[in-house]
Write a protein that binds this ligand. Structure first.
Ligand code: GDP
Ligand code: IMO
Ligand code: MG
Length: 424
């Protein structure tokens, strides 16, 4: 079975938790886009792990994890993550494959991201994670990037890094009035990572092809979410990769004809970190309440996440773009105690009623949601493990989401731990 798991909102839907659960029955788990802007949380026993680059499947003993070609890799962050895992007794060596074609993210990418965000005019701030993701993907597309496999040939790597850095430093000084980054501060570090990286480098498209032919179970772990996709999201308030299903194909080299299923993940409400329009955003009192109850603070940056009602227009759009076969609905427990729960079912744009997401950011930012209101439930559902034990109004809410999305909900999450899950 080959499955792709996709965030169907603005990221942080709870992908890490679901990947960790599904990985129990998979052989290989693959990250294929984004970088360490992602933060995927997995909790079990008394432990909490936040994974940024390594697939969340690593926490299941014996599984093979792949960082495929579409990911941008900050080697410093990668080795920090490997050390963190190994210090907690999770073996990484022998279980991780890193694509030779994956682009490397350098300190100058991080710096350019930070400087651009802090020096641009207010309306152009994206609210990035400042991890250097945009500048690294920009270099990839401009064909001035360096790839993990380039480190095999140190002379070539050195020469290319030298000339790219010279160009980047010109931009840093001319546009951002920054002194730039010295070759001496990067190259020796890269050289020191080299031998460790060689343990992991792999022709991952070939590896995945052969694994698929052998009938292995492969799980693709999306990062970010549909509305942060560089093509299909709320551009320009997006990330710099394809967080939709196509990203898995280009970002790993797997053939689309081999994909069996696409699984979407949504929260029972909506969140977004960073700038950009968000029609169903809560008023401030409700925002505070859900932020606190749902612990809605970024796994990567610690920033408070903006919170709002479930937006069925967005969810339906994500299902269309990704061909989602089934859904996981997360954080049902956070909604306990609300008297009323709203669902955005359409938008009003001037005198028009929109049932579909408008691709123009100008239009989208002027949309106001049309809400449907349902009765809430007061019971704590964190201990519920069977559908029949859920409060009636919680069941009605889930059934309504299912009807609006026209897609079966197969997993309900009622808490952050592995065990706090209802399979339908
Ligand atoms: P990801 O980026 O999609 O993997 O999601 P994050 O890990 O960034 O954010 C999801 C957050 O919600 C994490 O802190 C999870 O531990 C937590 N979480 C996941 N599912 C549930 C749930 O059903 N209930 C509650 N209360 N928290 C959850
Ligand atoms: P996971 O995988 C939520 C957001 C940032 C910002 C925009 C661009 O944990 O769901 P970037 O640093 O990528 O250039 O920032 O995208 N963003 C995320 N929001 N979850 C994520 O990842 C995100 N990764 C990036 O907040 O708005
Ligand atoms: Mg996250």
């Amino acid at each position: 079975m080959i499955r792709i798991l996709i965030g169907a909102q603005w990221g942080d839907e709870g992908k890490g938790k679901i990947i960790d659960l599904l990985a129990q029955k998979s052989d290989i788990i693959v990250r294929y886009q984004g970088g360490n802007n992602a933060g995927h949380t997995v909790k079990f026993d008394q432990e909490k792990f936040v994974l940024h680059l390594i697939p969340s499947g690593i926490l299941n003993p014996g599984k093979i994890c792949v960082i495929a070609n579409g990911v941008v890799i900050d080697l410093e962050a990668l080795f920090r993550e490997i050390e963190m895992l190994e210090s907690k007794g999770i073996q990484v060596k022998g279980r991780l494959r890193v694509s030779e074609q994956a682009h490397l993210l350098f300190p100058y990418h991080r710096l350019m991201d930070q400087l651009r965000e802090s020096q641009t005019e207010k309306k152009s701030v994206i609210g990035t994670t400042k991890k250097g993701i945009g500048p690294c993907y920009a270099d990839k597309m401009a064909r001035v990037g360096l790839r993990a496999g380039d480190l095999r040939h140190l002379d070539y790597f050195k020469d290319r890094l030298w000339s790219v850095l010279r160009e980047r430093n010109r931009i840093l000084s001319k546009i951002y009035k920054h002194e730039g980054v010295s070759f001496a501060s990067i190259f020796p570090k890269m050289k020191s990572y080299r031998s460790r990286l060689m343990n992991y480098l792999c022709d991952t498209p070939l590896y995945l092809y052969e694994a698929a032919r052998k009938g292995k179970d492969i799980l693709f772990e999306g990062a970010q979410g549909t509305m942060l996709d560089v093509d299909h999201g709320t551009y320009p308030f997006v990330t710099s990769s394809n967080a939709t299903v196509g990203g898995a194909i280009a970002g790993s080299g797997i053939s689309p004809t081999l994909i069996d299923r696409v699984i979407g993940v949504v929260k029972a409400y909506t969140t977004r970190v960073g700038e950009g329009p968000f029609p169903s955003q809560f008023p401030s009192d409700l925002m505070k309440l859900i932020q606190t109850k749902g612990e809605e603070f970024g796994s990567t940056t610690g920033r408070p996440r903006r919170c709002g009602w479930f937006d069925a227009v967005i969810a339906h759009y994500a299902i269309r773009i990704n061909g989602i076969d089934e859904m996981a609905v997360m954080k049902m427990d956070v909604l306990s105690g609300l008297k009323q729960i709203k669902i955005a079912t359409a938008y009003r744009l001037g005198s028009r009623l929109l049932k579909e997401y408008p691709s123009s950011i100008r239009d989208f930012s002027r949309c106001t949601p049309v809400y449907e209101t349902m009765r809430g439930w007061s019971e704590n559902v964190q201990q519920v493990r069977r559908w029949k034990d859920l409060p009636l109004n919680a069941k009605k809410y889930v059934k309504r989401l299912e009807a609006l999305m026209q897609t079966p909900i197969k997993i309900l999450s009622v808490g952050s731990k592995r065990s706090q899950t209802i399979f339908l």
